[in-house]
Design a binder for this molecule. Structure first.
Ligand code: NAD
Length: 327
């Protein structure tokens, strides 16, 4: 659903995958339905628009719908997909508020369908190797994480810079990688967050659209994290985890790859696999076989990121340290 830039990468990934197939398309643009339908050999009977896609209910060729539209649309669209009794895969951020996220989790639970969020890094081999080494004690007690995620955004008229469609700025779009990454790299849930915002271009980054935010977490073990989210800096994709015995660094940490990683003992060096193909293959196993991934990607994980992001925005506004209880 939503045949834009990222959906194209997902469709290409699905073509490379072993467990998935594009069996239907949903778009508001008739020409795209023709172009993509021909490309992916989707019959006309399974090319839907935003008015009629509820008709997927009962179509045995469709198991799940991958929602790849602007952030603010994820919530209403996920509710409709769940009502059609199809599994929901939703892009990040899963919604633009905690309330919306909770409603999505509840709707999918009530409908008996799974809700997964497109956290592709949670399936990436170098990332998982770093997590595995941490769990094996290779870095000792974890003390510090640094997560930076950003890029210089172009066209000032795009939906990403419109609050009604984006629900926020860089934090919702790219900072979320550092939020999510802090959680899987440290291996604990943060118990507090503080944050500071800076804006160099209030014309381009209007009210509610954050340009650059620094944020810091505290974890139950005493570990701390320092993170950066920005729409105004390129080459910002770096994770660094430091412990009492060693470190691991990933650069780039969250781009489409190849992800490069090394520890104090040497290179992680795991080969690049198309992120979208890997994610889709793993998600198929979660949906069909009830497989548990090493790092979860369910609605609860997406909801917890939204709880943290709302706390980050409050901390920026009020200058407070926000306590977190992610349950
Ligand atoms: P995009 O602008 O390239 O595509 C968005 C699509 O939604 C377009 O086809 C557009 O026509 C469609 N759309 C439907 N209703 C619309 C409306 N009312 N207004 C505007 N567009 C509408 O954006 P994208 O980069 O593909 O991002 C889509 C989603 O995917 C976002 O939630 C984004 O955060 C996410 N994303 C995730 C990753 C990742 O690596 N996981 C990467 C890029 C984007």
């Amino acid at each position: 659903m939503g045949l834009g830039g990222y959906a194209r990468l997902v469709a290409e990934g699905i073509q490379e995958s072993s467990n998935c197939e594009v069996t239907g398309l949903i778009s508001g643009t008739p020409e795209k339905l023709v172009e993509w339908g021909d490309w992916l050999q989707v019959p006309e009977t399974r090319r839907y628009n935003y008015e009629n896609f509820d008709a997927i209910k009962g179509d045995p060729e469709i198991d799940a719908v991958y929602i790849i539209t602007p952030n603010a649309l994820h919530h209403p669209q996920a509710l409709r997909v769940a009502a059609a009794q199809k599994h929901v895969i939703c892009e990040k951020p899963m919604a633009i508020s905690v309330k919306q996220g909770q409603e999505m989790v509840e709707a999918c639970k009530q409908a008996g369908v799974k809700l997964l969020v497109g956290y592709r890094m949670r399936f990436e081999a170098n990332t998982l190797a770093a997590v595995e080494k941490r769990d094996a004690g290779a870095f000792g007690d974890i003390l510090f994480f640094q997560g930076m995620s950003g890029f210089r955004i172009g066209d000032p008229n795009q939906w990403r810079l419109q609050y009604d469609l984006a629900g926020g700025g860089a934090m919702m779009d790219t900072g979320i990688y550092a939020v999510n990454g802090a959680r899987y790299m440290v291996g604990e849930e943060p118990i507090w967050v503080t944050a500071q915002e800076t804006k160099t271009d209030p014309e381009k980054f209007k009210d509610g659209i954050d340009e650059t935010i620094m944020f810091q977490f505290g974890f139950p073990s005493g570990a701390v994290a320092a993170c950066l989210s920005s729409y105004n800096m390129n080459h910002l994709s770096r994770f660094f985890l430091n412990g009492s015995k060693g470190f691991v660094e990933l650069i780039p940490a969250t781009s489409y790859g190849p992800i490069k990683g090394w520890t104090d003992q040497g290179d992680l060096g795991l080969p690049h696999v198309n992120h979208q193909a890997k994610q889709m293959d793993e998600m198929a196993l979660i949906i069909h076989d009830g497989q548990q991934p090493v790092l979860p990607v369910d609605g609860q994980v997406g909801l917890q990121d939204l709880v943290i992001i709302e706390a980050i925005y409050r901390a920026c506004r009020q200058g407070t340290r926000e306590e977190l209880n992610l349950g």
